[in-house]
Design a protein around this ligand. Structure first.
Ligand SMILES: [Zn+2]
Ligand SMILES: [Zn+2]
Length: 326
């Protein structure tokens, strides 16, 4: 059987990987080890891993130049094991990262002539970025979070529609790559000019909307998205991305309640701001999770004591500690 060459990390890459480990761990994730990484030709890799046919899913997309997946791949293991919560989804296990040596080399050659830099320099920078992008997928998928959860249910494919949740996954992998490029001028340039398509509809472009959000906030939202795209499928690809890029949740919730909710609720901003993270997370989920009517959820929260005004409760059937009735 054909054996792929294992990849040997450079000191720079190792350093950045430890930086990523620390960043994720500071935000409640647990990283005990990194995934396997292989570095071989596209032909050899596709012989070993049938990239066109993973689990029950067929990748019908051909990756283009300017997309990180043209140069490498995170290949999760699509198992036949049912989710332990009996939700009909199959568990997706930890995968491996592959880097396409020949494609990285050839792309680096054209970058080196365009930027007038050495081929080796271009190649090292490009490979670094592709590695960071694929590590981004792995980090999003596998490390346990503070609730002891990973994205093993509902990872990457929507099991009901069979559609890949590409916007969410590529936005996350790209924003993690952006963090790794940040402060390294050549990597910043190559990432922006060669791994970010110009087309705003491209999934690989959408991370740009996440740049202004702090790393901690992105990672908090990642936890929420992970736990809401599996068993209960509260979020879909589009709404998960909306959630990831929302500017300020509390104001967003207030605005939505005022203008979009059926009862045009006027929520008190100061009270909303005093809510704990877990409660805010629930509001956020119900706000972005299109399957549930948000007013109904406000009523449910009221029942659980999150909202507590008797008078409004009579009118709206929920307690409105956070509502101003006019
Ligand atoms: Zn990707
Ligand atoms: Zn499940």
């Amino acid at each position: 059987m054909l054996k792929l060459n294992p990849y040997r990390f450079s000191a720079t890459e190792l350093q950045k990987m430890l930086w990523l480990k620390e960043l994720f761990e500071n935000n409640g994730f647990c990283i005990e080890r990194f995934p396997e990484v292989y570095y071989d030709t596209y032909d050899n890799i596709t012989k070993v891993f049938k990239l066109k046919n993973v689990g029950n899913h067929v990748f019908d997309e051909i990756h283009e130049f300017y997309e990180p997946e043209y140069l490498g791949f995170y290949i999760p293991e699509y198992s036949k094991i049912n989710c332990k919560d009996d939700c009909n989804n199959k568990i997706v296990n930890e995968g491996v990262i592959v880097l396409f040596e020949d494609r990285i080399r050839n792309t680096a050659i054209s970058i080196s002539s365009q930027l007038a830099i050495g081929v080796q320099t271009a190649e090292d920078s490009l490979r670094y970025l592709v590695l960071c992008h694929e590590l981004g997928h792995w980090l999003t998928h596998w490390p346990l979070d503070s609730d002891g959860l990973r994205w093993d249910c509902g990872y990457y494919f929507d099991d009901v529609t069979g559609k890949a949740d590409k916007i969410t996954h590529e936005a996350l992998a790209q924003i993690i790559t952006y963090w790794c490029a940040d402060g390294r001028p050549l990597e910043e340039k190559i990432f922006r000019e060669y791994l970010t398509p110009i087309n705003p509809n491209s999934e690989y472009y959408k991370y740009l909307a996440l740049i202004g959000i702090s790393k901690s906030e992105v990672l908090n939202r990642l936890k929420l998205v992970r736990s809401s795209m599996g068993c209960d499928a509260l979020l879909n690809d589009e709404s998960a991305y909306e959630l990831l890029k929302a500017a300020d949740f509390v104001s967003e919730i207030q605005e939505w309640a005022k203008t979009q909710s059926i009862r045009k609720l006027d929520l008190r901003l100061d009270r909303l701001k005093a809510l704990d993270r877990k409660t805010v997370d629930r509001f956020i989920l119900y706000r972005f999770g299109k399957k549930i009517e948000y007013d109904y959820i406000l009523c449910m929260l009221a029942k659980e004591g999150f909202l507590a005004n008797k008078r409004t409760h009579e009118i709206l059937k929920f307690d409105s500690r956070f509502c101003i009735t006019k």
